[in-house]
Design a protein around this ligand. Sequence first.
Ligand code: SAH
Length: 219
Amino acid sequence: MQLVDKAKHQGSRKRLALELQEMGIESSLVLEAILKVPRHYFLDSSFEEHAYQNKAFPIGTDQTISHPYTVAFQTEVLAIKKGDKVLEIGTGSGYQTAVLFHLGADIYSIERQHFLFDKTKQLLTAMKVKAFLHYGDGYEGLPEKGPFDKIIVTAGAPKLPEKLFLQLTIGGMMIIPIGQGEQTMTLIIKTSKSTYKKVEFDNFNESHFRFVPMLKNKK
Ligand code: SAH
């Protein structure tokens, strides 16, 4: 695997970070992580020119990478701190995982597609991104590794997955796109074993938030 990060890529990342800032991303930690992670490593080389465009990118079954704004937004809302134990559902390309790594999180990530799981594991290892990667069904979470301070769901779920809620610490937060068909980006703040506060972010251009569905079982 050849990983080459040239000055032109770094320049493109600066532009992308500026655009994200103009779109409302304020956290300097998140913007720094965007500057640090070479997004072109996560797309097949034939798509390299798309890597730093801040727009939705058509993805086939084997190529699943979140929109840069979505990654920045979900990461900012969770206010990831060094040492936070974070569970990610939908490893996909691994881009979000790498951003979390640069913020100092202790990461656990689940992917249900075996091909993507293998491919991304190789890439993250080559990049020296440390994360516990698990092939399985995200609806189950990772009860033996929890509880988690933060949970980030990068696929759209029809409703709040109960088992994931149970694996949050009290005071913990989950960011998840919820809804049938169209989703609303939703923040869940766990206030006790069985209660939570919910914040819905519906003031965003819907094109930023379009998600691959969160499907049951492994593939
Ligand atoms: N975080 C990724 C986004 C990937 S898109 C990135 O930064 O690139 C969403 C991913 O969720 C896809 O890879 C899809 O295969 C995966 N997915 C869908 N349902 C899932 C489930 N139940 N468990 C785990 N992963 C799931």
